[in-house]
Design a protein around this ligand. Structure first.
Ligand SMILES: *Cc1c(COP(=O)(O)O)cnc(C)c1O
Length: 378
C-alpha cells in the first residue's frame, strides 16, 4: 500500500505543454511571456489589478515589508503561530519581530493581543511598530476587518501572509487582497505550485512597478547598469511561470477538492469524542482548507498528537504536528511576546491531516477510519 501523503503537487495536465513551449521559445531566462500571463491569471482570479510574480513566498513577504517602509531598528508585529518564513524577513531587514498569540477560533493573530502589543511597544520604545504580518494559517482567514481597523487606528501597515490561503475568502473577498500587501506561495506543497515561487499583491500601479524594479536588481532604465537602490534577484522565472499558468487553469478545482476532503473528515469525525476538526467559525469565513487539521482532547484521547502521528505513519499515513509558534523557537526567544497560551495549546494538541487534492475519497476515509480506530472510536 502506498503512503498517503500530507500534500503533494497535483498537476493539471498542461504543465509539460507550457514548459515545452517556454523551452522551445528559448525563454528559459527570468522574465518572458509566461510571467506576464501568470500574473494576469492571478489578477483575474483574485479580482485585483497589481500582482507581481516572485521567486518565493518568503521573497514576497520580504518585499512587502520593504514596501511598508520597514528598515533597520523598526519593530514589526508577527503572528507567533506560523511557519518561520512569515517572521524571518523581518530579521533580514535588521528589524525586531514582536510576536503575538493566536485566538482559539481562527488560530490566527488575536486582535485583542495585537492592540495590547501595539500600545505596550509604544510605551516601552516611544514608537509604534512599523508593520503587522497577519497569517491565514492552514487557509483559515484571519479576522482582517478587526486587524485592519486596529492597524489603521495607529497608522500601521498590514502584510497578509496568504501563502496557505490562495482561494480562501473573508467576508466574500479574496485573502491576500485585504491588507496593504498580500503574499502568496507556490511552493511544492501549497494549493498550487510552480515548483517554487510566490507573488506579492500590491495596492496600486506605483507599488507594482516598484516591486518589479526591486525584484530585478533595482536596475535603472539606462543603457548601462546604474543603481540608486539595493535590489534583489526575486523575480519568478519564465519556466516556473509556465507551470503556474497550467496550475491556474485547475485552481478552482483544487480549492473545491480541498473543501470536499475537509467535508469527508467532518462527517467521519462527527461522532468521535475527543477529536475536533478545525472549521470555519462563522459564515464570514471561507477557508480553502489547504490542510485539514484536528485538535485532540487530552482528557478523552489517550495518545498525544505525536503518538497518533507515529501510529498513522506505521499504517502508511503521513501527518504533521502543527506549526510550533515562533516564541517557542530558540532563534526568536529574545523577541517580545504578547498573549497567553492559545498557540502553545494548539501546538500541543493539534495534528495536520493528509489534505492533498490528489487524494481519493477512499483514501481520505481510510485516514479518518484509522484515526477513529486509534482513539478508540473505530
Ligand atoms: C510556505 C509558507 C511561506 C513561504 O513560502 P515559500 O514560497 O516557501 O517561500 C510563508 N508563510 C507561510 C505561512 C507558509 O506556509
Amino acid at each position: 500500500m502506498e503512503t498517503i501523503k500530507l500534500s503533494v503537487p497535483h498537476l493539471g495536465g498542461l504543465e509539460k505543454t507550457y514548459v515545452d513551449e517556454a523551452v522551445e521559445s528559448t525563454w528559459i531566462v527570468p522574465l518572458g511571456p509566461f510571467v506576464d500571463r501568470f500574473e494576469e491569471r492571478l489578477e483575474e482570479y483574485l479580482d485585483t489589478p497589481n500582482v507581481v510574480a516572485l521567486s518565493a513566498g518568503t521573497a514576497a513577504i520580504h518585499l512587502g515589508l520593504i514596501m511598508a517602509g520597514v528598515t533597520a531598528g523598526d519593530e514589526v508585529i508577527c503572528q507567533s503561530m506560523t511557519f518561520s518564513a512569515s517572521c524571518n524577513p523581518i530579521v533580514y531587514l535588521g528589524a525586531q519581530p514582536v510576536l503575538v498569540d493566536s485566538e482559539c477560533d481562527t488560530w490566527n493573530i488575536s486582535p485583542h493581543y495585537l492592540e495590547e502589543a501595539i500600545l505596550d511597544r509604544k510605551k516601552k520604545t516611544g514608537r509604534f511598530p512599523k508593520a503587522i504580518v497577519a497569517v491565514h494559517l492552514y487557509g483559515m482567514p484571519a479576522k482582517m476587518q478587526e486587524i485592519s481597523a486596529i492597524a489603521s487606528k495607529y497608522g500601521i501597515r498590514v502584510i497578509e501572509d496568504a501563502a496557505e490561503a490562495l482561494g480562501s475568502k473573508y467576508m466574500g473577498k479574496m485573502c491576500g487582497t485585504l491588507g496593504s500587501y498580500g503574499a502568496l506561495s507556490f511552493n511544492g506543497n501549497k494549493i498550487i505550485t510552480t515548483s517554487g515561487g510566490g507573488a506579492l499583491i500590491c495596492p496600486d500601479e506605483d507599488a507594482d512597478r516598484k516591486v518589479k524594479f526591486l525584484s530585478t536588481q533595482a536596475r535603472e532604465n539606462r543603457p548601462y547598469y546604474y543603481h540608486t537602490t539595493i535590489g534583489y534577484n526575486y523575480r519568478l522565472s519564465n519556466v516556473s511561470a509556465a507551470i503556474g499558468c497550467a496550475q491556474m487553469e485547475v485552481l478552482p478545482d483544487r480549492v473545491a477538492r480541498r473543501k470536499e476532503i475537509h467535508h469527508i473528515y467532518e462527517k467521519a469525525f462527527a461522532n468521535t469524542a475527543g477529536i475536533s476538526l478545525h472549521t470555519n467559525p462563522s459564515a464570514e469565513f471561507d477557508s480553502n482548507f489547504w490542510l485539514s487539521t484536528i485538535l485532540l482532547d487530552k482528557s478523552i484521547v489517550q495518545r498525544t498528537p505525536d503518538e497518533l502521528r507515529v501510529f498513522l505513519l506505521e499504517r502508511g499515513i503521513e501527518t504533521r504536528l502543527l506549526w510550533r509558534p515562533m516564541h517557542m523557537q530558540p532563534v526568536f526567544y529574545n523577541a517580545p511576546y504578547y498573549g497567553e497560551n492559545c498557540s502553545e495549546s494548539l501546538f500541543e494538541n493539534g495534528l495536520c491531516l493528509p489534505s492533498g487534492s490528489i487524494l481519493t475519497d477512499e483514501e481520505v476515509r481510510r485516514v479518518a477510519e484509522t484515526i477513529n480506530e486509534a482513539v478508540g472510536a473505530g
